[in-house]
Write a protein that binds this ligand. Structure first.
Ligand code: FDA
Length: 579
């Protein structure tokens, strides 16, 4: 072991967490190296649901359009169907992922972006290519083995799997984005709560033209209630669209206590045949793999100079489609903080806010995703399908709902209700967007927490209270229409004010740190022709919002302030950890 390679940030892993950490850091001009164990990026579709918050992050990092161009659009995602097989009986549908007209309006009001379906094997190259183009140095077939840290940095030992030798990489900070079996998190001793291996699942990737069963009810997900579908897995058999309507991924459970079945092509074909229900359609199996449903989260995301992100610190099933979304958002939260600490603008104390802000979100996501699995059971219960029984008995129970009897009417009502309740998995807009941070990098404004007027898991509630993401409103600049979110980000702090906010503008220009300014009002650089911003901003024209590089409000003052210079300087000192 001779060479020591040096960098500012070493990132272990090129999945959604590591790739977006690299992209954000390179965008901000921070030297970084990514090492990843395998010879390629993700070679199976895995994560796919990409929510509005992630799209906002990608918009700020300049890759939103590339993702939109490759993704399946929102309107083809939304007829989540429950059926006995694709060719079999349909039991009901949920208009999901923002495709219910009422929910769609909430999506449009909440964000300039649209949810989409971007399979992980397409998303990773977009993130990684952009990161490398902006300066990231990427090493495939390079395995992280161990690390030590001291007062000035971290020394990681990695193994070049091609040559077989090991070498050291010296970095000021290490990001462990090495997934659900994170060695970095284990080596850093991050305390974990919860349980791994709650249930067993199999992914089968295959090609088949299933348009005849799907194009008339376009969806990302088709849930199959067939015999055996309640064993392990994620609540039912799942046929997931990877590319409409020819590439697919089946998720099918197994009894985790018995171990994974032998994943032969014959076995995979038999599962596909069972869920598709049409033996005449040609099927090509591409791959199969076994994985477990986990319910685990880290209480702390960092130890000294080592930070973990993504599945390394929150491990949960794909329900609600939160895994890669949360991973991208972890990285985005961490990257600007590392940049400001590395360039000496912020005190390292700023980095404490990473755990304070992201660990509660990770825990919420793990809990939500696992609860969503449990909430599929009532769909089976409505069909008396939970207790062990013969396939014939299950089909008879399912058929019984068509009878003209009081019992069948009750069964139909229960089934409708159980399926509609799955909105908590397929339309949880609040889970996606209602993140509220409380940490040293947020300056409370003394106003009481108003809570949520509606179910906070289902409905987004905008707020400009410190700790909330800046509300989105469409504003104009000349002939250009843009979102308030487009005025912030790009690695900078931004101060938003209105007519009469001159004290705040002077205050912003007097800070050591560059603070971008945005004035919204008639005759100003930005105008609010619909009055949406005035309705959402929760401050007066003369007040101010200080927004962090990640789009979260750090400080808010409702009105004009003759001492604006001092107030803003204090706020920045607090946020940057100098107070
Ligand atoms: P990820 O596991 O993706 O990446 C880990 C990286 O670390 C890899 O590049 C690996 O090579 C590398 N690595 C590991 N150990 C290493 C070592 N010792 N040295 C060097 N490199 C190492 N999520 C979502 O948001 N929406 C969705 O719809 C779905 N759907 C979905 C379906 C299915 C079937 C599954 C199994 C999962 C999902 N997910 C999901 C979850 C999603 O796939 C998962 O949350 C993300 O991939 C996590 O991203 P990370 O970057 O944290 O880890």
């Amino acid at each position: 072991m001779s060479t020591v390679v040096e960098t500012d940030v070493l990132i272990v892993g090129s999945g959604p967490a590591g790739a977006s950490a690299a992209l954000a850091l390179s965008t901000y001009g921070v030297p970084n190296i990514v090492v990843t164990r395998y010879a390629s990026l993700a070679d199976t579709p895995r994560a796919h649901i990409t929510n509005q918050r992630t799209m906002e992050v990608l918009r700020d990092l300049g890759v939103e359009q590339e993702v939109v161009a490759q993704a399946t659009p929102q309107h083809l995602m939304g007829n989540t169907t429950f059926c006995t097989s694709l060719a079999g009986e349909e039991l009901g549908r949920v208009r999901s992922w923002g495709n219910d007209p009422l929910v769609q309006a909430e999506h449009e009001l909440a964000s300039p972006t649209r949810m989409c379906d971007m399979p992980q094997h397409l998303m990773e190259p977009v993130l990684v290519n952009a990161a490398v183009a902006r300066g990231t140095r990427l090493r495939f077939e390079t395995e992280y083995l161990s690390h030590t840290q001291d007062a000035d940095g971290v020394t990681a030992t990695v193994r070049d799997r091609l040559r077989g030798d090991t070498y050291e990489i010296r970095a000021k900070y290490l990001i462990g984005a090495d997934g659900g079996r994170s060695k970095v998190a284990a080596d850093a001793g991050l305390p974990m709560g919860g349980q791994m291996g709650v249930a067993g699942s199999i992914n089968i990737v295959f090609e088949a033209d299933l348009a005849k069963y799907t194009a008339h009810r376009p969806s990302t997900l088709y849930w199959v209630l067939a015999p055996g579908a309640t064993v392990g897995g994620i609540g039912a058999g799942l046929v997931r669209c990877v590319r409409p309507w020819t590439e697919w991924l089946i998720v099918w459970g197994y009894d985790v206590t018995a171990g994974a079945p032998d994943l032969t092509t014959e076995y995979a074909e038999s599962v596909v045949r069972g869920l598709v229900g049409d033996d005449d359609i040609p099927v090509t199996i591409k791959s199969s793999s076994a994985w477990t449903v986990n319910e685990m989260y880290a209480e702390r995301y960092a130890n000294g100079r080592v930070f973990c992100a993504g599945d390394a610190v929150h491990r949960h099933p794909p329900s609600n489609g939160l895994g890669s979304n949360t991973s991208v958002q972890d990285a985005y939260n961490l990257a600007w903080k590392l940049k400001l600490v590395l360039d000496g603008t912020a005190h390292p104390r700023l980095l404490d806010s990473y755990t304070a802000e992201r660990a509660p979100i990770g825990r919420q996501v793990v809990t939500r995703a696992n609860q969503s699995i449990r909430e599929t059971a009532p769909v089976f219960e409505a069909l008396d399908g939970l207790s062990p029984q013969t396939p014939e008995q299950l089909w008879a129970n399912i058929a019984a709902r068509k009878d003209s009897t009081e019992a069948a009417g009750k069964q139909r009502a229960e089934l409708r209700e159980a399926i509609a309740f799955k909105a908590y998995e397929f339309n949880a807009h609040g889970v996606d967007l209602n993140q509220r941070y409380a940490s040293g990098a947020i300056v409370p404004d003394g106003t009481p927490d108003p809570g949520f007027a509606r179910d906070p898991e289902l409905h987004h509630q905008p707020s400009s209270r410190p700790g909330a993401r800046l509300p989105h409103a469409w504003i104009t600049s000349g002939s250009r229409t843009l979102s308030t979110l487009d005025t912030v980000g790009r690695g900078r702090f931004t101060l938003l004010t209105g007519i009469g906010g001159e004290d705040w503008l002077r205050a912003a220009s007097a800070q050591d740190l560059p603070v971008a300014t945005v004035v919204i009002g008639p005759g100003q650089e930005y105008e609010d022709p619909y009055g949406d911003w005035a309705r959402l901003r929760e401050i007066s024209d003369e007040g101010a919002l200080l927004v962090r590089p990640d789009g979260f409000v750090a400080f808010r003052h409702a009105s004009a302030a003759p001492d604006a210079g001092e107030l803003l300087a204090d706020a920045l000192r607090t946020v940057l950890g100098h107070a």
